[in-house]
Design a protein around this ligand. Structure first.
Ligand code: PEP
Length: 247
């Protein structure tokens, strides 16, 4: 069994002091300061956190990356090269909140994936259906369409399956639902993606201290993308501990 990967997505939360305090708590604890644990921090704090995390084992991730590659007139953007420059190992790409609020489509996400991979930052492509799509029974088609960008990229990347209806809602997909869609994603990768045996598929959507172990033990779940619970060092620790036990 390969090591599980747990990434905390802090979203638009924390201030410099609280981000540093959270990172310090994770650094001090061998359960969280280890390979296979990462934090996706707000862009404005990445450089400070990179300094703080230096010497530790926690991987730094951004929450997004620009679809533009070259330096220049792209006000407000953060390029893949900039993320690599401050030491990001991962970049979230296509989180459902970015698809929803910023209209990110496959063309933009393909560009983001390519630029991140080229810069040596592993993108974490987030996919997942809405409640309407789940109830209409079209969730596999939706996920396959979101995955389709992967047939056009090669290199190191991660997939995070996050049903939109389970993000920040407290509703968790059942273990059967998780097992079914993760098997579907792995199978899709086998047929359509390069180096498919190396691709890790994380689950995200209301992962908490109480449910982490069962979710992480589910077949084809290679780790977790954790939102709300990652803002509390104690809860995140329990999730990382559950992942560590399954290595
Ligand atoms: C996320 O932000 O990717 C997420 C899964 O959030 P939460 O754990 O809060 O549902």
């Amino acid at each position: 069994m390969t090591a599980k990967l747990v990434i905390g997505n802090w979203k638009m939360n924390t201030r410099l002091d609280s981000a540093r305090a959270l990172a310090e708590a994770l650094l001090k604890d061998a359960t969280t300061n280890r390979e296979g644990v990462g934090v996706a921090a707000p862009a404005v704090y990445l450089a400070a956190l990179a300094e703080q995390l230096k010497g530790g084992k926690i991987a730094l991730s951004s929450q997004d990356v620009s679809r533009f590659d070259a330096d220049g007139a792209f006000t407000g953007e953060t390029s893949a090269a900039m993320l690599a420059d401050v030491g990001c190992r991962y970049a979230l790409v296509g989180h459902s909140e970015r698809r929803q609020y910023f209209g990110e489509d496959n063309a933009a996400l393909l560009a983001k994936m390519r630029h991140a991979i080229a810069a040596g930052v592993a993108p974490v492509l987030c996919v997942g259906e809405t409640l309407e799509q789940r109830e209409a029974g079209s969730y596999k088609e939706v996920v396959a369409e979101q995955l389709s960008v992967l047939s056009e990229v090669e290199g190191d990347y991660v997939i995070a399956y996050e049903p939109v209806w389970a993000i920040g809602t407290g509703k968790v997909a059942s273990l059967e639902q998780i097992a079914e869609i993760h098997a579907f994603i792995k199978n899709w990768c086998l047929q359509n993606a390069a180096a498919s045996d190396k691709i890790r598929v994380l689950y995200g959507g209301s992962v908490k201290a109480e449910n982490a172990e069962a979710i992480l033990a589910t077949k084809n779940v290679d780790g977790a993308l954790v939102g709300g619970a990652s803002l509390d060092a104690g809860s995140f620790r329990v999730i990382c501990q559950a992942a560590g036990k399954l290595i």
